[in-house]
Design a protein around this ligand. Structure first.
Ligand code: NAX
Length: 329
């Protein structure tokens, strides 16, 4: 029998958790022949809601769900014990009047203890995807507090941004989403992110040959992608949940399987200094995976416009890093 994969999800009783867990448990991520044990982690006041989520998982009778482990955030090592993937979704949301730097300071301590617990309890092949915002800097904090986990196992999610960008280009060009490829998000998962349409392709051709309205690409397109999260809150009265869960699933599949020849995907990883991004920052790049390790795609060129956008988002990441300097070991 195939050994089960253990997947921890923090914030498992939250709205993204509710869209995510059932898809993982059903075999959509690791396939119909791969048993999965879910480790659900929540804060103590949410454990009762988590009981309800577990009951619903039971009631799906998924053949691929081989078990459920629950743990509260005072017992993170139990939650992450032997896990092969840790999906860090839980974090304190940004409240009214709260600055981004306040949020970073509030969530920072959560991610020091998360990093420490992953380091001491997770499986030796663990891969960690941070989704809870500010996800790049939360990931940076956790990575720096996890001495036993190599730096190339840490990811922060920009796949939802990539998918949003693909969808916008598909709609504008009238092509199916499957024809939009090589769409990279650079930098931070924030309003400074840069969706690189210059290196994207539509129907195998440079996107700028198919969509010739460069003013739209440089203006409305970028700002639509950057502000999509806020637009969804405005329309739905709640932040993106199903699309965020879908982004998590796409990311796990992208890192766990070899990337098709010529294709790329976006995730924020620990910079090795490529493209002038400070070594050690968690910044989004064009990536490929061989199913185990990722590589940053080299050799992409950026004109003055693109370089300025990348510089701005990387500058924001450096500022965030400086805000949490005391939490980095
Ligand atoms: P919810 O508020 O619905 O759920 C968050 C859950 O996390 C809650 O159940 C809460 O009890 C739990 N939690 C809080 N602190 C915790 C801790 N220390 N340990 C374990 N659990 C904890 O938020 P939801 O809509 O699910 O969003 C979760 C996070 O994803 C937020 O930080 C949000 O900003 C972020 N997002 C990131 C995205 C990305 O692309 N990187 C997109 C979607 C989303 O906005």
């Amino acid at each position: 029998m195939t050994a089960p994969i253990r997947v921890a999800v923090t914030g498992a009783a939250g709205q993204i958790g509710y869209s995510l867990l059932f898809r993982i448990a059903s075999g959509q991520v690791f396939g119909p022949d791969q048993p999965v044990i879910l480790h659900l982690v929540e804060i103590p006041p949410a454990m009762s809601a988590l009981d309800g989520v577990e009951m619903e998982l039971d009631d799906c009778a998924f053949p691929t769900l081989a078990g459920v482990v629950k743990a509260d955030s005072d017992h993170l090592e139990d939650g992450f014990a032997d896990c092969n993937y840790v999906l860090c979704v839980g974090s304190v949301p940004r409240g009214k009047g709260m600055e981004r730097s306040d949020l970073i300071r509030i969530n920072g301590p959560i991610f020091t203890s998360t990093g420490q617990a992953i380091s001491s309890a997770a499986a030796s092949d663990v891969r960690v995807l941070v989704v809870g915002n500010p996800c790049n800097t939360n990931c940076l904090i956790a990575m720096n507090n996890a001495p036993n986990v190599p730096n190339d196992r840490w990811y922060a999610m920009t796949m939802l941004d990539q998918n949003r960008a693909i969808s916008q280009l598909a709609q504008k060009s009238g092509q199916p989403v499957s024809e939009v490829t090589n769409m990279t998000i650079w930098g931070n998962h924030s309003a400074t992110q840069y969706p690189d349409f210059y290196n994207a392709k539509i129907d195998g051709k440079p996107a700028t040959e198919v969509i010739t309205d460069e003013a739209w690409l440089q203006g409305e397109f970028i700002s639509t992608v950057q502000k999509r999260g806020a637009a969804i809150i405005q329309a739905r009265g709640a932040s993106s949940a199903a699309s965020a869960a879908n982004g998590i699933i796409d990311t796990v599949k992208a890192i766990a399987n070899p990337t098709a020849a010529g294709a790329t995907f976006s995730a924020a990883v620990c910079s090795d200094g490529s493209y002038g991004v400070d070594e050690g920052l968690i910044s989004s790049f064009p990536l490929t995976s061989d199913g185990k390790n990722w590589s940053i795609v080299q050799g992409q060129s950026h004109n003055e416009f693109a370089q300025a956008k990348i510089d701005a988002t990387v500058a924001e990441l450096k500022e965030e890093r400086d805000t949490v300097k005391d939490l980095l070991k």
